[in-house]
Design a protein around this ligand. Structure first.
Ligand code: PLP
Length: 940
């Protein structure tokens, strides 16, 4: 499956995960050893050639092995000796043993036995996952990197010393990895996902001991792209900072023989957990390392819930399932108990006593759990939400928007935002994403469109009311914004804009250095630093000279210039919502709101009101606990897991698009198909484009307006004669493969931290099987079958309806119909439809519709109409329905259209009602910024 074992060292997919590549290297070594074994009975020179191949494979992989604790120098040396002495049986046995141990991670449970040859070469039983009883004593395993200028022989001694410090009561166990230079330290941190802590001695040299061009290129690119200047890197603190940029969750320790007290007082030391004066206190260091892991491992809410479940508690509150007696003693529903197990019921309560805390007003372990999540995700505050991001979005919008505020929002966004506008009474100003008509979907909203909307608001004197920008990052289909740039340029026009980044799908992105800078929190952190940088201030002064401090240059010029905000005026107000359940190990509906808002104190009260409005007073305790646990997992293994998900996606992309049969009918769309060239300024084409390497990916992620999240795989199935819904059904019914999003001619596959290489292999096998069936059908069906197939493919891939742009709100729902900006009072329209007498239905096929489109009175939608797919509202309350929308609706061949009942027809607001509003409005009843007056009218 994977391509990593092939001799193409610069393939970008090798860089996403050291782990998968490593498995392949060991598998390949083992394969060669087996070939050697089978050649032994043959010609002597052939056997020697095979032996030499194995020796070469070992020396190739050995350069990477320094970055991992297992198998370590002893076993590697043993293997090398066996190969060079011609011990083929011993070599195969040892290679197999090591390779299996690496694959199954069994060495983690057998720490301490590695130097024991018998164990190292032991049978597979030793390598199987540990049994249930063993699990009781299972201690999580991790690795610690020591970066030291000492001789290699001293490392071995240090490793032995540290092992001696282990105590039975330690909750975790670790092994040491050593690096002798700055470069090697960076490589180790990138490649070895098991590393959790780094101990840095001052004065490590810069250059790697590994003189490998691949490693060097890998590193130089990374350092340059991260803006780290290697020349400034001598001191341990600088190295710690550089490593934190890559993996902020790692604990850093500094060992110095300089004035440690001074170092500890410097601002740079903020990234270091503890500074020691040399190794004067090895036990202290050992305990500190374990303590650091303990902090991340601790899940205050989950830990307490487990304790709670074990206590004998009498319940006199309203939750019969708590403690499970009504279930386990039941004659009829005991199977429910058997299925879910006792713990689920023991861990249930409707009380907030017993240390369970209250989600609505957390002061105990929920609060601490939220603070830990804030640390992990780089936020100032975090709110756990147990009703999904649909609720998180509405909370944020209700908290921060008041009636009459203007919210710039992608029309193609999740429906919770449209409802957020209705609830808050804010006026949505829809900004359009670029269409991908060919695939019946939208991309993301170009920055130019957003800037233009802001400049128009400015021209209309309404900029002060523009309060929030809401964008989906990444979109369902994987379009990632250049979050930093969007915020920077928008803040240049309106320095106190609030951003809500809906990262429902992108919560995992924090855990890969590739995507982190493109997340709301990652970008906010970058901007926070930038705004304090004197060089930035100088750049702003330059800009002010050219464009005026009030940006009075022409709109054209402002649209074409990369703007930066005034660092003295700018307020950084960033919110992110994420469906923790969509990309992390969290129960369904677990979601978070992340806050990094320097003016949060001004909205805190209303934020709590919004929580009270939307959060259930009976939140599910298991969901809260699972959010807590999901955070623990990401802080400890998110890096490894996310990189694997990315790797699997790259593998799948590669396999589908290059498979001789499958690629005849199916294709996974690359960045070049989903992101127009104008938004890929770096020249990046796609991850799988020959010649694409790590450097180009990092550059694209820094510079391009949009990037593609590789884990979102749009598989075109129209070319195999299936529409998206049909193909989704086929995969589910015949192959037990589930997915959710479809378009007219594609389905969306996703990889996440749950996927394995076996899943990818299974999917490939299915695609091969389906392709074979098509081939057979076409071969056996004769001309008629072929013509039908071609026509079907053409219809699905070429005869695609244009995606209708948002027309406009009816003038009754606009303060000034002649305004350049199109925001509208959707809330009044929405509630207008609550009175039956104010609405009418017209059948989609009726000639009356065409007549009214031409000659009026205008058709005004009474509600949201959202077809699945594509899943965005093609009508919103108060919107004028135009010819394109009608045409699109008529061509739609999907069954599920929310807000539309085919038997009744389109639900419209009656013209007579809409006119009343207008009159009311011209009578001065609806004043600028006071749209709630209209709302009163709607109920008149
Ligand atoms: C962009 C976006 N935001 C929010 C949501 C809602 O998330 P949840 O399902 O957690 O309520 C979704 C759901 O698919 C979504 O796609």
């Amino acid at each position: 499956m994977s391509t990593v074992a092939k001799s193409q060292p610069t393939r970008v997919d090798q860089f996403f995960t050291g782990t998968e590549a490593r498995h392949d290297r060991w598998r390949s070594l083992l394969q060669r050893a087996r070939v050697w074994e089978s050649s032994i009975t043959q010609d002597k020179s052939e056997a020697e050639t095979s032996r030499a191949t194995v020796a070469k494979a070992l020396s190739d992989l050995a350069q990477w092995e320094d970055f991992y604790a297992y198998p370590g120098p002893r076993l590697l040396g043993l293997l090398k000796d066996r190969i060079s002495s011609g011990d083929v049986v011993g070599s195969v046995r040892l290679a197999r043993s090591i390779s299996t141990a690496i694959l199954t991670h069994s060495y983690r449970a057998n720490v301490g036995d590695w130097d024991n040859e018998e164990d190292a070469v032991g049978n597979l039983a030793n390598r199987l996952p540990i049994s249930a009883e063993q699990k009781v004593t299972h201690r999580p395993y991790f690795e610690v990197l020591f970066v030291s200028p000492a001789r290699q022989s001293m490392w071995i001694d240090l490793g032995t010393e540290l092992r001696k410090l282990r105590r039975p009561q330690d909750k975790f166990v670790y092994e040491s990895v050593f690096a002798g230079s700055f470069e090697d330290a960076v490589l180790a941190v990138i490649l070895n996902g098991s590393l959790q802590a780094v101990v840095i001695y001052d004065d490590v040299p810069f250059a790697s001991m590994h003189n490998s061009p691949v490693l060097r290129e890998f590193l130089t690119t990374y350092l340059n792209a991260s803006g780290i200047d290697p020349k400034t890197l001598q001191q341990g603190l600088t190295l710690a900072q550089a490593l934190k940029l890559i993996r902020p969750e790692l604990d850093m320790y500094l060992l110095s023989d300089r004035e440690v007290e001074k170092a500890a007082g410097s601002t740079a030391a903020a990234c270091v957990r503890r500074i020691f004066y040399q190794v004067e206190e090895p036990l202290e260091l050992h305990l500190s390392i374990l303590d650091g892991i303990s902090d991340r491992y601790s899940t205050p809410y989950f830990d307490n819930l487990q304790k709670y479940a074990q206590r004998p508690i009498g319940t006199f509150h309203a939750l019969p399932i708590a403690r499970g007696k009504s279930i386990f003693k039941s004659n009829w529903i005991r199977d429910m108990g058997d299925f879910y197990g006792l713990n689920l019921f023991l861990a249930e309560s409707s009380a907030t006593t017993g240390g369970l805390d209250s989600l609505l007003e957390p002061t105990g372990n929920i609060k601490v759990a939220q603070d830990y999540a804030a640390r992990a995700f780089g936020a100032d505050h975090v709110f756990f939400v147990t009703n999904g991001t649909s609720t998180s979005n509405k909370m944020v919008e209700q908290a921060l928007l008041a009636p009459g505020d203007i919210m710039l929002v992608d029309r193609n966004c999740h429906k919770s935002h449209h409802y957020g506008a209705v609830l808050s009474g804010a006026l949505p100003l829809y900004v359009e994403a670029y269409p991908l008509t060919q695939y019946s979907m939208y991309g993301a909203v170009p920055l130019r469109t957003i800037k233009k909307a802001l400049l128009d608001l400015k021209a209309e004197g309404k900029l002060d009311r523009a309060r929030m920008v809401v964008l989906t990052n990444c979109t369902f289909d994987g379009h990632i914004y250049n979050v930093e740039r969007v915020m920077e340029e928008c803040l240049a026009i309106k320095p106190d804009l609030i951003f809500l980044w809906d990262e429902a799908w992108f919560g995992f992105a924090r855990w890969t250095p590739f995507y982190r800078r493109r997340t709301a929190m990652g970008a906010a952190e970058i901007l926070e630093k930038k705004f304090q940088d004197p060089a930035y201030r100088a750049a702003y002064a330059e800009q002010a000279k050219k464009l005026g401090s009030d940006l009075d240059a022409s709109d054209k010029r402002l649209l074409e210039t990369r703007l930066i905000p005034n660092p003295d005026k700018v307020r950084l107000r960033v919110y992110q919502t994420n469906s923790t359940h969509k990309s992390m190990s969290c129960l369904r509906q677990g979601s978070m709101v992340l806050v990094k808002d320097q003016d949060y104190h001004t909205v805190e009260e209303q934020f709590h009101e919004a929580v009270f409005t939307h959060a259930s007073t009976s939140p599910n305790l298991q969901i809260i606990a699972s959010i807590d646990v999901a955070r623990r997992q990401m802080e400890l293994e998110g890096y490894e897991l996310v990189n694997r998900a990315i790797q699997l996606a790259l593998d799948l992309r590669h396999e589908v698009n290059t498979h001789p049969l499958v690629s005849k009918y199916f294709r996974i769309l690359g960045a070049d198909s989903l992101i127009p060239t104008e938004f890929r300024n770096s020249g990046f084409v796609d991850y799988l484009m020959p010649g694409t390497n790590w450097a180009s990916v990092v550059k694209a992620l820094r510079e391009d307006e949009f990037a593609l999240d590789v884990t979102r795989l749009t598989l075109v199935c129209g070319s195999a004669g299936f529409d998206g819904t049909q193909f989704k059904g086929l995969l589910a019914a015949d192959y037990d493969i589930q997915l959710n999003k479809t378009s007219r001619n594609s389905v969306l596959l996703q990889t996440n931290i749950n996927n394995t290489r076996s899943d990818i292999a299974h999917l490939m096998k299915v695609l091969v099987e389906i392709s074979q069936k098509i081939e057979k059908r076409l071969a056996q069906g004769g001309k008629a079958e072929q013509e039908t197939f071609t026509a079907r493919v053409k219809s699905l891939t070429h005869d695609v309806p244009d995606l209708p742009n948002f027309s406009c709100f009816h003038s009754s729902f606009r303060e000034d119909a002649s305004s350049r900006t199109s925001e509208g009072d959707m809330r009044t329209a929405f509630f207008g439809a609550y009175r039956e007498e104010q609405c009418e239905h017209v059948k989609l096929s009726s000639p009356e519709i065409d007549k009214r489109v031409k000659t009026g009175p205008e058709l005004v939608s009474a509600n949201f109409v959202i077809p699945y797919p594509p899943g965005f509202p093609i009508m919103v309350p108060g919107q004028v329905i135009n010819a394109e929308t009608i045409e699109f609706m008529r061509k739609l061949d999907v069954k599920e259209i929310h807000g539309y009942n085919a038997t009744l027809g389109l639900k419209l607001l009656k013209a007579s009602f809409v006119e009343t509003l207008k009159k009311g409005s011209t009578n001065g009843k609806a004043k600028k910024g006071k749209t709630e007056t209209k709302h009163d009218l709607a109920h008149a």
